[in-house]
Design a binder for this molecule. Structure first.
Ligand SMILES: Cc1cc2nc3c(=O)[nH]c(=O)nc-3n(C[C@H](O)[C@H](O)[C@H](O)COP(=O)(O)O)c2cc1C
Ligand code: SF4
Length: 510
């Protein structure tokens, strides 16, 4: 009798926890996996103690280490994102470790640290589309923006959270190649991405349709157009959306028939070489007035040589290039592509930047870097190599609840981020997660500004290769520029741009 009473009380307690988990909106994992999700929180809590006896260290997990994720989670919850006791990175014995060099005195940085403000304004040092005179050229309000991730690979609630988060933090939100969905229309400014299937702006045969693109861009706060040539995690790989996944909603957004397999070719059909690509870019820019750029991973360099040669003539050109590192993310791809095709970001960016620098063209376009740039040290190195802005994808996913379970390809994402399963997606509450996304984006901006201040400059775009050393153990260090073959002055903005952004930042901080 006594026993059954105890069991009854235990069952009632578990029931109460289950009800509370199912009805709360803060934690997707608890909504989706009531009761058992608590085991994860418990493990997270006692993880550091357990790890002293078993398994991996704080910096071992990939793609994002436990420390990197902890920084993102704490930042997104506006919790204390500091770390105690000093670094646990093996800086003295890790070849390739990047060290940022602070300055003792500086003439340009503001006298009081500005990064302590609740939000900091860190606009791009360059006007997007300005050098080519696009009618809708603009200065992006944030050097940190959200990278392309389609509705389809991501859930409706995840896209909603990211878009609202982008609006709150004053960032741009890239639609990804899956078209412009209703969930992208929650107030955030957009970069509309055109993949090889031209979703949302294609005719019934799958060919690019300029009139549809113009209408689509005019129907939403689209600020720029990005032509996706390739993606670091799966460059040169076409895709197939199986018939079962082509729901009426996806079909409507993408402009394809319901319930029929839909192929994305490996290459574009609207152009076939650099010459015709630049015609395509100019056509879209003229028709929409918007800045137009390309996103690409980096492999063979003949494409870039040709692009620079054509742009050097001055009559045609892209407004921005987004360089995506081979270490970048994807919803799903073959292992050989994620692991072994396309250069990692630092090498990729430096090779492309170097081609433009040799031709004296770097001030004529904006360089955007992606590939784990949502953690501050990687972003700083990207800026030092010449990036003007960074795009973040998986780090933004982490900010809205992703736990790096790496099951995005199964449609069984436990946190409702990368799935079309309605039950799982319901666990992700866009209202609270959008705030977390915005908090994270602001925190990254703040850290970039804090590092700029330590280096003695007013803006991350003013950090140069001379400000970073690459260590080879504790016996040798080489300048970042020398490691990546940079000539004098490469990685720096032109004098006029330096003056302009310094003045802008100092005015902001007054
Ligand atoms: C779930 C998922 C979906 C993605 N979808 C796209 C896409 O539609 N278009 C694109 O250009 N890149 C896509 N990417 C790549 C990201 O935009 C980004 O370039 C890459 O993940 C590197 O950034 P990260 O290291 O900050 O994640 C996707 C990545 C993920 C994780
Ligand atoms: S499946 Fe795992 S890694 Fe992918 S989005 Fe969901 S929680 Fe993150």
């Amino acid at each position: 009798m006594k026993m059954s009473r105890v069991l009854g009380a235990a069952a009632a307690a578990v029931g109460a926890v289950a009800v509370r988990d199912l009805t709360q909106k803060k934690h997707a994992l608890r909504r989706n996996f009531p009761v058992i999700a608590h085991a994860r929180y418990l493990l997270e809590e006692i993880g550091p103690e357990l790890r002293q006896y078993i398994v991996t260290g704080n910096d071992e997990e990939r793609p994002f280490s436990r420390d990197q994720r902890r920084w993102i989670y704490a930042s997104s919850k506006s919790e204390n994102n500091y770390f105690g006791f000093g670094t646990d990175c093996d800086t003295e014995h890790t070849p390739g470790y990047a060290i940022i060099k602070h300055r003792t005195f500086s003439a340009v940085a503001p006298p009081a640290p500005v990064h302590h403000a609740p939000d900091v304004v860190v606009p791009s040092a360059k006007v997007l589309g300005g050098p080519r005179g696009r009618t809708k050229a603009f200065r992006p309000g944030s050097v940190v923006n959200i990278s392309g991730m389609s509705f389809g690979s991501m859930s409706a609630s995840a896209i909603t959270a990211l878009n609202r988060g982008a609006a709150m933090a004053g960032c741009l939100h890239n639609t990804g190649e899956g078209g412009l969905s209703p969930y992208h229309r929650e107030g955030g400014d957009l970069v509309l991405q055109l993949g090889t299937a031209y979703f949302g702006c294609r005719d019934e045969h799958g060919r690019f349709d300029l009139a549809r693109l113009t209408d689509l861009a005019a129907s939403a706060p689209v600020r720029a157009i990005e032509i996706k040539l390739s993606q670091g995690a799966k460059p040169g790989l076409g895709g197939l959306l199986p018939a079962a996944k082509v729901t009426p909603e996806i079909a409507e957004i993408r402009g394809i028939p319901v319930g029929v397999d839909c192929a994305s070719p490996a290459r574009h059909t609207a152009f076939s070489d650099v010459d015709s690509m630049l015609d395509f870019v100019e056509l879209i820019a003229a028709e929409t007035g918007l800045p137009v750029g390309i996103k690409s991973a980096v492999g063979a360099m003949d494409f870039w040589d040709e692009l620079v040669a054509q742009m050097a003539k001055g009559d045609r050109g892209v407004d921005f290039v987004t360089i995506d590192g081979g270490e970048g993310g994807t919803g799903a791809a073959p292992l050989i592509f994620t692991d072994s095709v396309a250069l990692p970001l630092r090498m990729a960016l430096s090779r492309v930047y170097g081609r433009f620098a040799d031709a004296g063209l770097t001030d004529q376009l904006t360089f955007i870097a992606s590939g784990k740039c949502g953690v501050p040290d990687n972003a700083v190195v990207a800026f030092a190599l010449g990036a003007d802005m960074v795009n973040v994808a998986r780090e933004a996913m982490l900010s809205i609840g992703c736990i790096q379970s790496q099951r995005c390809h199964t449609d069984r994402c436990p946190t409702g981020v990368a799935t079309q399963d309605r039950w799982l997606a319901r666990g992700l509450d866009p209202a609270s997660k959008s705030v977390r996304c915005a908090n994270y984006l602001r925190a990254l901006r703040k850290e970039l500004l804090a590092v700029s201040e330590a280096v003695g400059v007013a803006h991350p775009g003013l950090i140069t290769p001379d400000d970073v050393d690459i260590l080879c153990g504790d016996y040798e260090a080489r300048g970042l520029g020398s490691v990546y073959g940079y000539k004098d002055g490469w990685g720096s903005l032109g004098a006029a741009l330096q003056e302009e952004i310094t003045e802008l930042m100092l005015t902001e901080s007054r």
